[in-house]
Design a binder for this molecule. Sequence first.
Ligand code: PLP
Length: 822
Amino acid sequence: MIQQLSAEEVAAVTSGKLTTGNRELKISGIVIDSRNILNPQEALFVALKGAKFDGHDFIESAYLQGVRVFLIKKGATERLATLEQIVLIEVSDVHKALQDLAADQRKRFLGPFVAITGSNGKTIVKEWLAQVLSTRFSVAKSPKSYNSQVGVPLSVFGITSQHQVAVMEAGISRSGEMQNLTRILQPQLGILTNIGTAHEEGFDSQGQKLEEKLSLFQNCNFIIYRKDQVEVDAKIQEMYPADKLISWSENAGGDVVFTVKKHTDSSKLLMMKSDLSVATFAVPFTDEASLENIRHVITAAGTLGMEAKDIQKGLDHLKAVDMRLTLKPGINQCLLIDDTYNNDLAGLKLALDFMSAQRPKSRKILILSDLLQVGEKQKVYEEIGQLCSHFQIDCLIGVGKEIIQVEQHFSGQSIFYFSTDELLKKLDSDFFNNDLILITGARSFGFEEIVNRLQQRVHGTSLEINLNSLTHNYNIYKTKLNPKTKLMVMVKAFAYGGGAVEIANHLQQLKADYLAVAYTDEGISLREEGISLPIMVLNPSPESFSHLVKYSLEPVVYSPSFFRHLGSFCQKNQKKLRIHLDLDTGMNRLGFEENQLDELKALIGIYPELIVASMYTHLVGADEEAHIGFSKTQLNQFSKMADRIIDCLGYRPLLHALNSAGISRFPEYQFDMVRLGIGLYGVEVSGIFADQLKSVSTLKTTISQIKTLKKGDTVGYGRKGVMKRDGKIATIAIGYADGFDRRFSNGKGYVLVHGQKASVIGNVCMDMTMVDITGIDANEGDEVVVYGPGISLEELAVAIGTIPYELLTNISARVKRVYYLD
Ligand SMILES: *Cc1c(COP(=O)(O)O)cnc(C)c1O
């Protein structure tokens, strides 16, 4: 925060009422999550109510950790007033109060304030601009993509009195939200990034969305935008006077005109301003999106008074950055969190938080460089020491000349090196064993090299799992459920190919109610990695009975003989076990049939050791409209069969029937729980709300070689691929052994090279495939997307006569899984 506030001042700013406690108590930081409290003595806990959590439920926990000042909703308090020394500030709307506080802090910041909005590129422009500005100024910026109704206030609280410039982004998801953000940010310089063309949910029209976004700039002195977007240009001129606008363009007519010359992997930009002054810049990329973003950055940096040579200094360190926190398998069973891009306190906190959500390993190791451009060094390193203790870091490896200052504030093991080179020379790989390692450092330290060294080496094909998209899909399904309906998530078959342990761990964070796996050993490996959610096992084998008990896994029981078998095992060993009954209503796979129910009831009487936790049936055709009638018959028969069993149980187990497609199609049959599978992974097989889900996994590989061929040349085994014209092919590093189905041969399948479709030519080989890239500008080493956004798995599956499930689960174990948050 820029300035400390007393409890009384907080009450005044938020129009709240201080109902009890010492009004002089000072706060210097805001906390909204009780799991993550630093410096509790000076913290203000703001009890926000979200979709899933209510901050008021965590007040006692925060109090126990030493927090004394609380901002709460009026009337939510009676039980709290008895806590000794507590200071309660009551307001009628806690969200608004948080925003009031942020607006107040913002006013106290006197330096230039830049706000960025748009549909695409906000985060990149913000990060790059902050980097370029930081060659001259101490810059406060919003961490990651903190741009929402809560993210923006939190970003503002990150500004300190040391900062000279602030760069923040603002994003809105529905109409009316920008007003709040404008009130908080009050920017002097505005940047509108690419506005996109897609219709966005939550807005009546494209025009309305644009108008609302632009309203962020109502008090700006200057607004930077790209003139080549015609609609934007018209709207902005309608809303704002010409002397506020700084437009840039590739054509004459902009206040700033850029000419671009592209080389193989870099570009030159010639910038001409309206006063006819000229400057040139070199940037290390050639793709249109990056070039657009960087021109916003250059224009903004110039407007803030930076000289061309200083701007270029900042650009020299840019890369087409990967800003995501990425989880990667490391050497010696380690797990790496790659955050080599971020280097400020706010980013470090987020990364540490992400780290603490991972499954436990033997040690937590933090590799961290000096923090550049941070203002008051001593305090910052002290805080890093506190963070290390708070997040229970076992070992800190510091790189740089200053980071050693942390040593006196941190009691854990610490090792320091002057440079990345020194670390790489002196630190033995054997030092690391089964550790969780967070690697985070300033760009100039080149920590990529450390990641390279510690990363498990595999071939160039990887499956990237976007955990934010997974969360998004999870939340979408949550909105389809009644508030009481529980959610079981199927993580069988390696979580549909995505990697069971990481995904289960993420689901545990999301507070799923149940997990399900196919086999006992899948359940065991989840338990061994610290997953504590209840786990149902669909098809346990008799040899695994003792493991079911040992690892508290809950088997499905599907026949009288199996019931007897398991029941007598438990009786003999005097163990109780929670089980799930599979009732067959038409699948004719596993499950009790109607005529076996009397026998089942008798067995339930004989073996009270088996506790029926749930009963379910499985729909055979929920994804197809043609089977609606049959599905309903199944659902009704299930109800009847379940009732008969409940009669003799004397207690009520959970009932469940719906898989992903069932959730979409039969919301009235949710019973007590649903079983979500493929939908979580982004595939909506019923097609009912496909457009609401996000693609979760991206299968990527690289081009190994490019060849120029003549019409009539043949490609691959059996001479099956024939060039229809002169052209180019690329050999890509994926084959049927990786799970790229051989049926994709000869044009049935395609991949994306730089966003363009390249069809398979010839037969898919074991480890390689050839694709036709005639007309596509590509180089050896370039990335190729095999499955992912922009490719319909359904379409591909249909082309080769299978279903998306098979494509996902076939991705072989040798393909490295990488998890990230964007
Ligand atoms: C796999 C499975 C599901 C999930 O099916 P999706 O179509 O992937 O949603 C649900 N129930 C049972 C019994 C399953 O085997």
